[in-house]
Write a protein that binds this ligand. Structure first.
Ligand code: SF4
Length: 374
């Protein structure tokens, strides 16, 4: 079991991370699609080898929690057989591609993502594991606020463009040359010392001329909510048994689309009522980010999600409750942020987790009282 990484890693199925509730095994559905039979088998695997809890991440991936060390090798084999994990660990590590969840077979987002998937071996070996690609090639960009180092986007003139994260503009690309351009930009990133910066947005070397342009992305859109096919997951979590019930209700050949917004999309309508599913797009829990906190995470000194549930109805904007300053649930600023520190909560407004607090070292009762939620 020496391959099992204990802490401080960007985990994937080949290199799971030890959390407070057991191993965390990340699954990256290809082009964010989980077909019905894959979902049924994944749910069974989560129950058999883990604690039956599955989290959908901000990169639209799925994480099986509470996996035992003895169960992990068997789980890995099962995930590979389901085509949910690559048989090559290096390719699996590089397979960080975010697409808009409403892509259609053969459209630009799907085509470019498949091109890139087929060429992962061409990426530079020294590319940091957290680096990722965003392919947001629909008519209206959906992923504008999602982090991703190397990006294909739709320009305001309707053409496709290449943009490096952290740069406000991008350049035109030749039709069908999108994957080539992404790979070339990844090679430039490594060759120009980007690995030391870690992420494209922090790498301030001037871009090469061929990747420089003045194109701006088209105005952003938001994911449409459709009753029966859009289900919110509180804190991004779904019970494996519930996932199995949803999958069983889907017609054969259909499946799910994962999203970075804690919303699970179904490819066919299913009428399901369950406490674990949010069916109202105005549900306050959809405006909340909260990491697992205590006791699931060993780095947490505070409980997070129960407190977030109590506070959510009292919030006008986004709420972020983070078990520590690492801020796993969201890197973005929130209207209200509570960060755990030494068993208490630091409160900050319009801030990221770990920002200088407005009020420090509050206990749970003081937090609830501050927001009139006592
Ligand atoms: S942010 Fe939350 S999940 Fe991440 S390390 Fe801290 S306590 Fe753990």
């Amino acid at each position: 079991m020496s391959d099992v990484i204990r802490k401080g890693w960007c985990p994937d199925a080949w290199r799971p991370m030890m959390a407070g509730d057991g191993l965390l095994v990340r699954v990256k559905p290809r082009v964010g699609r989980l077909i019905r039979d894959q979902a049924l088998a994944l749910a069974d695997a989560a129950i058999t080898h883990g604690n039956g809890l599955i989290d959908m991440t901000r990169r639209a991936n799925l994480q099986l929690r509470g996996v035992t060390e003895s169960g992990w090798p068997v789980l890995l084999e099962r995930l590979m057989a389901l085509d949910l994990v690559d048989a090559d660990a290096v390719r699996e590590k590089r397979r960080n591609i975010l697409v808009p969840p409403i892509w259609r077979q053969g459209d630009d987002s799907h085509r470019i993502a498949c091109d890139l998937l087929a060429r992962l071996d061409e990426l530079p070996p020294a590319l940091p594991g957290k680096v990722g690609f965003v392919i947001d090639a629909g008519a209206a960009p959906l992923l504008h606020d999602q982090p991703g180092d190397f990006r294909i986007e739709r320009s305001d003139a309707g053409d496709l463009m290449l943009r490096a994260d952290g740069r406000s503009t991008g350049c035109a690309i030749t039709p069908s040359g999108e994957a080539e351009a992404l790979i070339a930009l990844a090679h430039w990133f490594v060759a120009s010392g980007g690995a030391a910066a870690g992420r494209m947005a922090r790498h301030d070397a001037p871009l090469p001329g061929w990747a420089t342009g003045t194109l701006r992305a088209a105005p952003a859109a938001i994911l449409p909510w459709r009753k029966g096919t859009s289900y919110g997951l509180p804190f991004g979590r779904i019970d494996a048994a519930l996932l199995a019930r949803l999958a069983a209700a889907l017609p054969p050949g259909s499946g799910f689309r994962t999203t970075p917004w804690r919303i699970l999309l179904l490819e066919a309508p299913v009428d399901m009522q369950d406490d674990g599913l949010l069916t109202d797009p105005a549900d306050p829990l959809l405006r909340v980010d909260a990491c697992p906190g205590q006791p699931a995470c060993a780095q947490a000194s505070v409980e997070t999600r129960d407190l977030a549930r109590h506070l959510a109805p009292h919030m006008a904007g986004r709420l972020h409750v983070s078990g520590c300053a690492k801020s796993c649930a969201s890197a973005a600023p929130a209207a209200v942020t509570l960060t755990g520190r030494d068993g208490r909560y630091d409160l900050a407004l319009d801030a990221r987790a770990g920002s200088p607090p407005l009020r420090a070292a509050l206990d749970r009762a003081a937090v609830l009282a501050h927001f009139g939620a006592a």
